[in-house]
Ligand binder design. Structure first.
Ligand SMILES: Cc1ncc(COP(=O)(O)O)c(C=O)c1O
Length: 288
């Protein structure tokens, strides 16, 4: 299980089977903490500065004092990748509220913990990717920014998990979450784009989406390729009638969607193919 995992906890590399946090850490007790998922290729993290920036913003939003600076976390990532046996892999960077008294009061936690894990990520094959994902629209809703703002990448992922359970139970690959107004927010761990009449449209983050690094990269690539791209408001109808639908995320990269609630969507479409090729080229260039 831990064959490929390398862990760094609060300044020390720790053998994966011995990597522990306290049961009194509020990250464990209450989901009071934040995280990032980052891919590395050729031993170089892809767009790490954007992930660290988002981590800093999640911390600010939760008034969570980082136990180490973002620069020190960057060094921890370098150290963890250097200690890993993997050339390509996935990093999980976490910051927890830290050890405190029972009870949710964050002020009882004097210092948080910072953790970096490097490991393999079980990915879908290129063949499966091209077949596309079957999806459903989950009954579980994503909260709007006036509740728990989905831009905070917190350790509380239960509504995403409940949505993914709905997908698993129905035997499809992924769930799409709507916000409280019934408009499309995102996938359970990916952002979502549709293509309609040659235009690429993704829900605005204020519709209940994470400000995804891959989403941002996809928007940049679209502009470079001369594809019209914008944020917008999408309803289930827009998904059902889309010319293409694409999920984006660090783990997922770009995955075309072939079905939403039993409605077939052309897949893989020409825009997906263009963007996926451009994304691979960008990753190769930036991690050469
Ligand atoms: C809820 C959610 N939306 C979107 C994404 C995609 O974000 P990114 O491209 O930064 O990985 C993630 C990634 O973990 C996520 O958890």
């Amino acid at each position: 299980m831990f064959e490929y995992a390398t862990c760094w906890i609060d300044g020390e590399l720790v053998p994966a089977e011995k990597a522990r946090i306290s049961v009194f850490d509020h990250g464990f007790l209450y989901g009071d903490g934040i995280f990032e998922g980052v891919r590395f290729y050729n031993r170089k993290p892809f767009r790490l500065s954007r992930h660290l920036k988002r981590l800093g913003q999640s911390a600010a939003a939760l008034r969570l004092t980082l136990p180490v600076s973002l620069a020190a976390l960057e060094q921890a990532v370098t150290q963890t990748i250097a200690a890993s046996a993997l050339d390509d892999g996935y990093l999980r960077i976490l910051v927890t509220r830290g050890v405190g008294a029972l009870g949710i009061n964050p002020d009882s936690c004097p210092k948080g913990s910072a953790i970096v894990i490097a490991d393999k990520l079980n990915m879908i094959s290129d063949e499966q990717r091209l077949q596309g994902a079957r999806t459903l629209i989950a009954a579980t809703r994503r909260s709007m920014p006036d509740r728990l703002d989905p831009r905070i990448k917190s350790l509380n992922y239960l509504n995403n998990i409940l949505a993914r359970m709905e997908a698993n139970f129905a035997g499809v690959d992924e769930a799409i979450l709507l916000n409280e107004r019934g408009c499309v927010a995102e996938g359970s761990a990916e952002n979502l784009f549709i293509v309609k009449n040659g235009e690429l449209i993704t829900p605005a983050v204020t519709e209940g989406a994470l400000s995804g690094v891959t989403r941002g990269t996809t928007l940049e690539l679209a502009r470079e390729l001369g594809l019209p791209a914008r944020e917008g408001v999408l309803t289930p109808y827009d998904l059902y009638c889309a010319d293409e639908c694409i999920l984006t995320g660090t783990g997922a990269k770009l995955i075309p969607v072939r079905e939403v609630d039993g409605r077939p969507i052309p897949c893989p479409g020409p825009v997906y193919r263009q963007l996926a090729a451009a994304f691979s080229e960008l990753v190769a260039r930036e991690t050469a």
